[in-house]
Design a protein around this ligand. Sequence first.
Ligand code: ADP
Ligand code: MG
Length: 683
Amino acid sequence: MNRAKLTTLKGVGDKTAALFAKLGIETVDDLLHDYPRVYDVCEPPVAVKELADGPVQAVTGQLVKDASLRRFKSMQIVVVTLRDLSGSVQLTWYNMPYIRTQLPAGRVLTARGRVARKNGRLVMEQPELFSVEDYETEQRVMRPVYGQTRGLGNKAITRLVRQALEERELEREYLPADLRRRYELAEYNYAIERIHFPADRQELLAARRRLVFDEFLFFLLSVRRLRGQRENQRSDFVMRPAPEADRLMRELPYELTGAQKKVIEEIRADLEGGFVMNRLVQGDVGSGKTVIAVLAMLEAAQNGFQSALMAPTEVLARQHYENITTLFAEHAVNARVILLTGSMTAKQKREARAAIAAHEADLIIGTHALIQEKVAYDRLALVITDEQHRFGVGQREVLGEKGAHPHILVMSATPIPRTLAIILYGDLDISVIDELPARRLPIKNCVVDTGWRENAWRFIAREVAASHQAYVICPMVEESELIEAENVIDYTKLLRKKLPEGITVEYLHGRQKPKDKNRIMERFAAGEIQVLVSTTVVEVGVDVPNATVMMIENAERFGLAQLHQLRGRVGRGSSQSYCIMVNVSGEEEARERLDILNRSNDGFYIASEDLKLRGPGDFFGLRQSGDMEFKLADIFTDAALLKTVSEEVNRLLENDPQLALEENRELGRRLEEYENRGSGLNL
Ligand code: ADP
Ligand code: MG
């Protein structure tokens, strides 16, 4: 594993390294594991007269005249006309005057680029140029397209990945030979190389299969080992029933659903039963998981114990904190709540840690900071993770005091079928909330083309006039050369122009400073921002019941389960809510897939229909859910492989529980590394 800084690569200075850091890439190893988002495959050239406005296309033809250079304002524009038997098309480049030397009259070439209609005629903008022979080769190649950021384009990333691959030291194969043989798994180094640069689809599939196999393998090995440690463990924190929790339950502004009551009973039975609880609460978006967590934490507080609630994002942690504080104040509940997140100032964190250590806080709400900030808890009896569970074994030790084992509750909205849940959460008991609160109006959905945007904006303006709020989701943070999709920053500018004055439009994305994100989210929750343009960072758990419109740009780019999560951000209050999905691709197939969401609000149904339509193995560019910490694996489309790996893990651990045999030793070493990194593992 190459932990060397990126600056050890040729051509990477501090500036480039800082750009990579924005993408979460710090080391050469990070770069090698930053897998392509999608692969760009060159399509066969079409005749000029078949060119259409919009997509990237290629044409082969002859240049009519030498290219000319025009100036427009401060821009230099190179223009040339390409002709084939069916007609001619203009090619243009902006601020690339040097390209003229490649464009002598009479040259025959293939140009590939996006075609747009300008003043009534079709123009290919910024095309790439190939010799006719080169383009033929090019059509078989799958070019990687990486996540990018301004100033760091795909070409630069691709070049560095290539360099890193060439210069890397090969890693020792760690899978037992027998496993590799039986499942015909590609060798590790080969897989890493070909996931970036596959010569064809076959190679890509082979590389991906190996890497997915590994992701499942490490994940399941950890889970199984945990189960061994957990079974029938006596608890140091046996609780008594808490009258305050009962009172709060009675006084809630709504009646708990039957399913919520059942799950709370299961949890309380665990807490009061004498053994350590290890429970997963699975419930669709909006099923009301938070209140369950709160009641459990309150019971712990009443018993003199601390409890911690860990959320995957700052935004969500803060929101939980605000909601719980308000709820307790309104009902005069006597329990102290404290917040601890990474973006707090050093002083605030110090004070929070001191309060926790002195047991001046009962409910501790936060993010990863809860395990990263060396917090000394006082009788921490219950740990809840909300929506995500990326806490490793190593980190788990940090939480409990030496030798003490807190009760564990994991809350998830990922709609996984029971058979898969049993594999993935093999170490947990499972409670299911299979009922949504009554009195909710079903969300009205529509799938539209880009032509309908203006209507959608008018609709949003009307909802805002009626004191509601709206989300607009774009897949990208900022403009990118190769991934053609709406981005948050430009879209915000556009909306500020298009929406009536007085409507506050702001944006939110994962690369903002946590402080800025918090501020934006707080203002949105307080109704100071009416329209929030965001990436999928709002996907997880955010609860602003006054928001009634969810508009999703490039909806075709998201997995259905993810869209379902996004849609779950609205329809949380008593007003009618709407979900507008814009199928930017305009493709019929995409529309069919999106129509599944139109038909149903049931996460399980949606996930299974999506799978039917896409078929297993059809996964490029689509991820079902960010809930699990897998980079490549998709628990739905890779379900069959998941089952296989699960059986292998059982067999492996049965024969060699400590992974101490010669043929398993390297695997054992890797597993330790994996667990210490703390990725991919539920607590
Ligand atoms: P999720 O399961 O997605 O985490 P939340 O816990 O955020 O859902 O709950 C969604 C919304 O529904 C919240 O505003 C919450 O106050 C409300 N809610 C929870 N339970 C009920 C219920 N039984 N009846 C009505 N509203 C409820
Ligand atoms: Mg939630």
